[in-house]
Design a protein around this ligand. Structure first.
Ligand code: EPZ
Length: 419
């Protein structure tokens, strides 16, 4: 099994270019089932994307990835379509459940494996099913599978999500495209990745309006011509490298291929902590602050502070003066990195949903392992600031979501090797 070896305490400098967003590409790939031919640019070459492409191939679409250019072309000839998302693919990547909306909308039926729990929480899909039922789908759960059917097609209606969910908003949005009449979705997630999905669906011919957390979709036809879409940058990858710079860029770390206005709350928080950030149109410069200040943060849906950056921020908070608190409000079990960070010397205590971090602490290298993508990358950040050598096990988690992680960090003078 592959591992990462990191020799810590190397100053970071240079430039990192941010890849396309994994969490924007996944629903766009799922929505491609509705189209005849799409070209998607700026896709990140990471494991979760390859798994989704495998699922599209299984369903019967034809895909062509041009790796050198980060482009995928997808053709749907409507031949030999399998309206099934099998357990073996959905269990490794929960976003597989997003094909439910497109299959149901286009082929009026779908059989999709229930994703089951995962390392960060139980993560049910009840809100996805609630919306699809409201749109007229008949849904049964049997033998671990969701059986969904809409013999006469889906019908537009008003749906208010009882709580905000990124995936349920995406599934409902994709399903509503061809639903008869008008669909109004209320209390939606409004992550930039959802806005990117909307811009993709609009290119396909969808008639969509946004107002606050309400999305209105009028029944439309899918364009028969082919479309091209460029995926937005990965704001979580950006946040991760901004924190790396906040920890180790004494002079300057330039991060480009981004839009700083999309991560306003993260920039404000890092500035409050004492990190120097210079915003340009498509880049940011990060310079490590001299005296870092404590902060209390709660993870929230966008535009709040993202749960996907909680573990990385925690590493930064081990280096600030005083006691900081992070309340994890999105997932019930997303502190799995804490015991590993403690093994490296961090002073962190967990009380219910809140992690209490005492800083500053010197971290020392250790052999560690992580249980999910963001927890793993937080250990990389910890390894980069720790004394001596850190060995990170189970790095397949990192490969699910970070494109060229070692290459990007090595280019900025980090000592990191995959063995
Ligand atoms: C998306 O997951 C992201 N994944 C996650 O990124 C991210 O952490 C999460 O949104 C929150 O921002 C993708 O975009 C592929 P949710 P999703 O539905 O859609 C509960 C990463 O590291 N819930 O917004 O699954 C759920 O259990 C990942 O890249 C229900 O109760 O998240 C959670 O507590 C991990 N019933 C909360 O809502 C449902 O039917 C928010 O989940 C659906 C969700």
């Amino acid at each position: 099994m592959q591992k990462l070896l990191i020799k810590g305490k190397k100053e970071l400098s240079g430039k990192i270019s941010i890849s396309g967003s994994k969490n924007a590409t996944l629903p766009i790939l799922a929505a491609s089932i509705l189209a005849k031919h799409v070209t998607i640019k700026n896709i990140p070459l990471v494991k979760d994307i390859f798994t989704m492409v495998e699922l599209l191939n299984f369903i019967g679409l034809k895909t062509k990835i041009i790796k050198k250019k980060n482009i995928i072309e997808i053709f749907n000839f409507d031949k030999k379509i399998n309206t099934l998302a099998p357990y073996k693919l959905v269990k490794t990547m929960r976003a597989g459940v997003l094909v439910l909306g497109s299959l149901l909308s286009k082929y009026k039926k779908a059989k999709v494996s229930l994703p089951g729990g995962c390392a960060i929480g139980t993560r049910p899909v009840d809100l996805h099913l609630y919306a699809l039922k409201k749109l007229g789908a008949k849904i049964k759960i049997k033998n671990g599978y969701i059986y969904a059917e809409a013999k006469n097609g889906l019908k537009g209606t008003k749906i208010r999500f009882p709580s905000i969910s990124v995936g349920a908003t995406e599934n409902a949005l994709i399903a509503s495209f061809k639903a008869k009449g008008r669909t109004v979705l209320k209390n939606c997630a409004m992550e930039p990745e959802i806005k990117d999905l909307i811009s993709f669906l609009k290119k396909l011919g969808a008639n969509i309006n946004l107002k606050g957390r309400t999305i209105t979709i009028k029944e439309s036809k899918v364009k028969s011509s082919s479309i091209i879409h460029q995926v937005i940058f990965d704001r979580i990858e950006l946040g991760t490298y901004m924190i790396a710079g906040a920890l180790l860029a004494k002079k300057n770390l330039l991060i480009d291929k981004i839009q700083p206005n999309i991560i306003k709350s993260e920039i404000d928080i890092l500035k409050k902590i004492g990190i120097k950030i210079i915003k340009k149109k498509n880049s940011v410069n990060i310079i490590k602050g001299k005296s870092l200040k404590r902060i209390n943060i709660t993870t929230k849906p966008y535009p709040g502070f993202p749960t996907d950056l909680q573990a990385q921020l925690m590493v930064l908070l081990t280096q600030v003066n005083g006691v900081s608190k992070i309340k994890e409000n999105i997932f019930e079990n997303r502190f799995m990195h804490v015991p590993e960070l403690k093994r490296m010397g961090a002073h962190i205590e967990i009380k219910n949903k809140t992690a209490i971090i005492k800083g500053p602490t010197k971290l020392t290298g250790a052999e560690v392992m992580a249980t999910d993508l963001r927890a793993s990358v937080s250990l990389v950040l910890a390894g980069l600031i720790a004394e001596n050598r850190t060995i990170i096990n189970r790095i397949y988690h990192l490969d699910r979501g970070y494109e060229f992680l070692e290459r990007k960090l090595k280019n900025c003078k980090a000592e990191i090797t995959r063995v």
